[in-house]
Design a protein around this ligand. Sequence first.
Ligand code: ADP
Length: 482
Amino acid sequence: MNSMLYSSLLSVLITSAFFWFNLILGVLVVGGVLVFLYLRLKREEAHKRELHVQMGEKVRELHEVRAELEVCQKAAERANRAKNEFLVNMTHELRIYLNVILGYTQIFSKDRLSKKQRKALEIIYRNSEQLLLIISDILNLSQIEARTMEREEIDFNLRRFLWNIVELIRMQAEQKRLNFDTEFSPDLPKRVHSNEKRLRQILLNLLNNAVKFTKTGGVIFRVFPITHDSRIGSRIRFEIEDTGIGIPYKHQQNIFQPFYRVTKTLTNTEGTKLGLTISQNLAHLMGSDIQITSKVGQGTLFWLDIDLPEIAEDEETVETETTTNVVVGFKGPLRKILIGDDRYENRVVLKEMLLPLGFGIIEAIDGFDVLTKAAQHRPDLILIDLTMPVLNGFEAIRHVRQMPGFEDVIVVGMSVSALRQIRDENVRAGSDDFLSKPLHFDDLLVCLQRHLKLEWLYEQNQADDAEIALASTNSEEGEQDL
Ligand code: ADP
């Protein structure tokens, strides 16, 4: 009995011990797992915190880099603005001096000169014009970079425009003993509307290059319409082909990059290496694209197509064309012109252009002087430099317009700056017209004729008069002989 009791007690004890052992083991395992999970969570949180801190640092670094970049960008923009300002100022200064050189060349060309003197004068004139082109090149490039390139479109005579270009290039070709041929289609429109200056710049650059990179043979300049639409006008192709050194295929697309030159050994000729870059940019601005095909040792062909809307001939065209005769005076009463310019040389150039034609000239040295002299002399027309000290041209024009009796006096602003803002400001100030410097004598004459309604006297007329007088004397003599 007792042994049975013991054995059942023992089994109970063993069972309960086993139960407790299992329970404790279970608790320990679960606890272990929980501790493990807790520690892992903690570690992950710590890792997250660390990542957060690292991310914060990276973000801060990024902000710092961005701030530095912004500072650098602003500095670069400032430097670029300063460079563009410098270029504008420099080209402005150069144009001032060229105005005097070109002005005097034009004045002397009206004198009776020997053949040699006339040739020399022509060379000075052409070279000064070329210098002017280079100056505009530099200005253009900075304007293209600053995206402030002007789009100035005018009506012009296409054939006259082409022949002026040919004249410039022919001389260079002759100097290198190269042929220079032109093939201008008879179907070209006579008068067109486009950006004449830009087109001239592109063509001159391509033609200059053709002559520059050709040693034997020659250059052909072709211009012909490829399509014609009575509403839109003609699409004209300009081709410049040479028998020069040619451009290897792999270089053909790169030559439009700034400062790109094919090889030093092949072409060590002088140049800014900007010509094609500017030309291609200008062509794009005109809705075109310069194309090229070339074979080394055989030659190169550059071409571009430009839309040139045709303009009907008007009275003004006829008027302008007659000014190719030498003007020596005008019919009718004396006309007084007040020249307001702070630069002595500029006043002298204008005076020398206008005095021989019989105009009465009054000079003013700044804006205030313009007002005083205008009140004193009551001129018919005032030519006024827009960038004068003391009282600048714009202010002077505004004051003139408010002076009693001066509401209708003709005022023409002049400036060496080719910027659109200057012209717009000139109109806003109350000016009637604008002349850009360096002054071209013909432009000045057209402007005076238009505003003063002048009827010119030409050298031709005088010669005709003299011939008529001579003829009548001869016939009288003849009659007497009879
Ligand atoms: P530049 O004439 O001042 O060198 P451009 O931009 O006008 O600069 O021309 C870039 C380069 O393209 C020239 O240096 C020359 O190597 C090449 N090139 C241009 N036109 C011709 C041409 N008609 N024939 C051969 N090479 C040319």
